[in-house]
Design a protein around this ligand. Structure first.
Ligand SMILES: NC(=O)c1ccc[n+]([C@@H]2O[C@H](COP(=O)([O-])OP(=O)(O)OC[C@H]3O[C@@H](n4cnc5c(N)ncnc54)[C@H](O)[C@@H]3O)[C@@H](O)[C@H]2O)c1
Length: 346
């Protein structure tokens, strides 16, 4: 099935056209407590709402089953339509519920966070957390349509905007120097029209990569840039009982993996410094000392890309010149962490 991406500030119009074209037997809209309050009232939609609790801690089997229950109670058939109206939590869980109910009913994603728009709602990965592990159970299933808009971002906490912007920085690094410089000259809290244009370019990067590798066997690993180190920072923050937003961890991870890209593959130093300055200014610092290195390296070895206990990163010789499956040894990673601390004055 082809995934249509619509970039528009007329979400009502886009939804009306989708519904009148597909003529579903019934329309359901999945929201969390926040999107029920802040976003749903702004839509002119005839649909049965299904409300779930907000937050990743509720991306569980219980919540998932509650969505099936609601669809069943509401008499949904395989020809009904589910609209997922929310951030990545809602589109991940709702996508999986739709993909499995009656062996699969169509769904449309309307992401309401920047992270959802640039990443989670696009590309066909759905899932829930299970057994204490993130995204442990899920299926690949494409939304029939994804409506990308910035109109809902006014009620989004600023931190959520910055968290999503880290993924846009990543997409820019996977594209070109010009694209990265363009993003480093912008702030996502600024002009919404400009954000929508940048968002469109960014989503196209993800779409291109995903289309070349729908099941994540090869080129899609490019999207892991910044994530080997980012996930390790996230894990360390959790161990410290002081969690950090995923996007912030990715921003710091991009800098460390940028350092590795520079020392190993000659990624331009000027661009790396610009990126580090930007991340320091807008995301602050993730504080580490050399006493944290062993825990960080252990977390990196547990990353999904790691094979045979080796640390594995996606690196760049230059923006757009991607090198997958780069095995990094402990000393090289520790040197990169030292340089990260220098750049961040830690
Ligand atoms: N499928 C993928 O490829 C993919 C990629 C990246 C992340 N993810 C998943 O996405 C999730 C994170 O996504 P997220 O950051 O969007 O989190 P989220 O969906 O939990 O949203 C963050 C918070 O913002 C609130 N919110 C959403 N829209 C709002 C609005 N317009 N105004 C006010 N509040 C609003 C939500 O209720 C929530 O409290 C994680 O579960 C992650 O695993 C999936």
């Amino acid at each position: 099935m082809e995934q249509k991406l619509l970039f528009t500030d007329d979400v009502n119009g886009a939804l009306r056209r989708i519904v009148s074209k597909s003529r579903p037997t019934a329309v359901f809209v999945l929201v969390d407590e926040n999107t029920a309050q802040f976003v749903l009232p702004r839509l002119d939609l005839e649909a049965t709402p299904i409300t779930i609790p907000a937050g990743d801690e509720h991306k569980t089997l219980d919540t998932f089953a509650a969505v099936w229950d609601a669809l069943q109670r509401g008499g949904a058939t395989r020809h009904a339509l589910l609209i997922n109206l929310g951030g990545g939590m809602v589109t991940d869980l709702g996508g999986m519920a739709a993909a499995t109910f009656k062996r699969g009913m169509p769904f449309v994603n309307v992401p309401t966070t920047l992270l959802g728009a640039v990443d989670a709602a696009v590309g066909g990965k759905t899932g829930i957390n299970y057994g204490g592990l993130k995204n442990e159970v899920g299926v690949f299933a494409l939304a029939a349509d994804v409506i990308v808009s910035t109109v809902f971002f006014n009620t989004l906490p600023t931190r959520e905007l910055w968290a999503g912007y880290a993924e846009m920085l990543k997409h820019a690094m996977l594209t070109s120097d010009d694209r990265l410089n363009e993003l480093l000259a912008f702030e996502p809290t600024g002009d919404r029209q400009r954000l929508l244009t940048l968002l469109k370019e960014s989503v196209e990067v993800k779409r291109r990569i995903v289309e070349s590798d729908p099941c994540e066997c090869g080129p899609r690993k490019a999207l892991n840039l910044g994530h080997t180190v980012g996930h390790a920072f996230e894990s360390l923050a959790l161990q410290r009982a002081c969690p950090v937003p995923h996007g912030y961890a990715v921003a710091w991870g991009l800098v460390v993996e940028g350092v590795l890209s520079h020392t190993r593959l000659g990624f331009p130093s000027l661009l790396l410094h610009r990126l580090a300055d930007y991340v320091l200014e807008h995301y602050g610092t993730f504080h580490i000392t050399c006493d944290d290195y062993d825990a960080l390296l252990a977390a990196m070895r547990h990353d999904k890309k790691s094979r045979h206990g080796e640390i594995n990163c996606t690196l760049l010789a230059a923006c757009g010149d991607v090198r997958l499956d780069q095995a990094v040894d402990d000393d090289e990673m520790k040197t990169a962490l030292d340089l990260y601390r220098d750049l961040f004055h830690i």
